[in-house]
Design a protein. Structure first.
Length: 459
């Protein structure tokens, strides 16, 4: 994980490279447009969103009940179930299972939970060879980077850069950038890894309390390959992944792929209920890692409804231009900016401000999380915790005073309009006014809106 620094500083490199920033913006807007086409092709889209939101609200409200039901049914189906209070406990449980099986090589399909827990790092430090089998994840793993997006982990990397990485690690031709050629090379490379993998680790998209089954969605079939060759499957899931009944699942699978990549359905939606045969094992680890704390917050609890589709990132004007690494969090974008401060408000205090409050994230969220309202609420919390920088606190206190005193506001407006007309540029554009770094000051109007309105009232 990159060191945590405030969002504006972390975003600087990306936004001051206009080529990369524009290309990233366009790539994600393309995905967002595909999502719009899919959403508008379903007349029942809003009904599905409403239903999904209600199912999640009900499940999270009755979480203990559904977790117990899930555990009982998963055990009855032959799985072993573990509970991990935090990331360290989760990582230890995984390591313990690997040690019991004397395993040194694992294949792992995409799982943001294992990213959150820093599992790869922990296993590698204990001598385990971890291979991420999702193509994007494998690219960032070879480059020793972290995913910059929860669905499209390598979206920040251009195909020419993938060519360089594959040339260095997989021996492909120098200068190759043809996606088909590179994908074929990755496929060959990963086939060998699948065959050598002794244990398969996957994330979980949905867990069904009624059956004790889990569902993993991928577009590459890597979760299926990674769990069908090895005899042992370890599934790592956050406790919020539950849905009560099998029949609830269709609501979410219809929403997930459409919201994520603009596809009607993910290419592979794999169901696992118990181990696949008598010689196989299925281990399911239920991880809290701060989720119970989030659940206890009436303001931010709805963030637990997230199904990690990434739609809020694809639409966010800040994310699209500043890139996922600028958030310095496992989950970036609008939902990450809500989740990260719940873990550590001081380290992530800049994230709720990495937002224009345009509300586009809330509009696209398939489970109707009021993301921009939550980001605004976070700003209030941060002010209450006195975590804003002193300069901003003083400016906000002065602004609040100004807005509460109409006469002072009118006088300040008149002075502002006059001085902006006569002041030389260096007085408005200098290092103390960060707003002006990439902006010109607007031309001041001749009169205030209040005057204008008074003159035109009744016309
Ligand atoms: S908050 Fe909503 S839009 Fe964003 S990733 Fe989660 S489910 Fe998708």
């Amino acid at each position: 994980m990159l060191p945590i620094v405030e969002h504006p500083a972390a975003a600087k490199e990306f936004v001051t490279n206009p080529d990369r920033s524009r290309w990233h913006d366009r790539a994600l807007w393309f995905v967002r447009s595909k999502r719009d086409l899919q959403a508008s092709s379903l007349p029942e889209w809003e009904y599905l969103r409403q239903t999904a939101s209600q199912i999640k609200t009900h499940t999270i409200a009755n979480l203990a009940h559904y977790l117990e039901q899930f555990e009982q049914n998963a055990i009855a189906a032959g799985a072993k179930v573990y509970w991990a209070e935090d990331a360290a406990e989760h990582n230890e449980i995984v390591l313990q299972i690997l040690r019991e099986h004397r395993t040194s090589r694992i294949v792992k399909s995409k799982s943001m939970l294992t990213e959150e827990c820093g599992l790869n790092h922990h296993l590698e430090a204990n001598g385990i060879d971890v291979v991420d089998t999702d193509l994007g994840e494998r690219i960032v793993q070879l480059r020793k980077e972290t995913p910059s997006h929860i669905v499209l982990p390598a979206i920040h990397i251009k195909k020419e850069e993938v060519g360089e990485t594959f040339h260095e690690h997989l021996g492909t031709e120098a200068g190759a950038s043809d996606p088909k050629y590179l994908t074929e090379a990755a496929r060959g490379h990963l086939r060998d890894k699948f065959l050598a993998g002794q244990i398969g680790i996957t994330g979980v998209n949905f867990a069904i309390a009624e059956t004790g089954g889990i569902v993993v969605c991928t577009n590459e079939g890597n979760a299926d390959l990674g769990t069908s060759i090895p005899k042992v499957h370890i599934a790592c899931m956050g406790i919020e992944k539950l849905v009560p009944r099998q029949r609830d699942l269709g609501v979410f699978t219809r929403l997930l792929a459409r919201s994520a990549t603009g596809q009607p359905i993910t290419s592979y939606t794999s169901h696992f209920i118990g181990p696949k045969d008598d010689q196989s094992e299925l281990h399911i680890i239920l991880v809290d890692n701060g989720r119970t704390k989030l659940r206890s917050s009436p303001t931010f609890r709805a963030a637990m409804h997230c199904i990690r589709c990434g739609a809020c990132m694809n639409t966010c004007p800040v994310y699209r231009r500043s890139g996922g690494h600028s958030y310095r969090a496992t989950v970036p974008g609008p939902i990450g900016s809500v989740l990260s401060p719940t873990r550590d408000p001081n380290s992530y205090k800049s994230l709720p401000y990495a937002c224009s409050l345009c509300g586009s994230c809330s509009d696209v969220c398939p489970v109707k999380i009021p993301l921009h309202h939550q980001l605004l609420a976070w700003r209030g919390e941060l002010v209450g915790k006195k975590l804003l920088p002193m300069g901003k606190r003083v400016a906000m206190t002065l602004a609040s005073h100004l807005f509460r005193h109409p006469r002072l506001f009118t006088t300040a407006g008149a002075i502002g309009r006059l001085s902006l007309r006569v002041m030389p540029r260096w007085m408005t554009h200098n290092r103390f006014n960060k707003w002006s770094i990439a902006r010109d000051m607007p031309k001041p109007p001749q009169e205030s809106f209040r005057n204008w309105h008074r003159r035109h009232r009744g016309n």
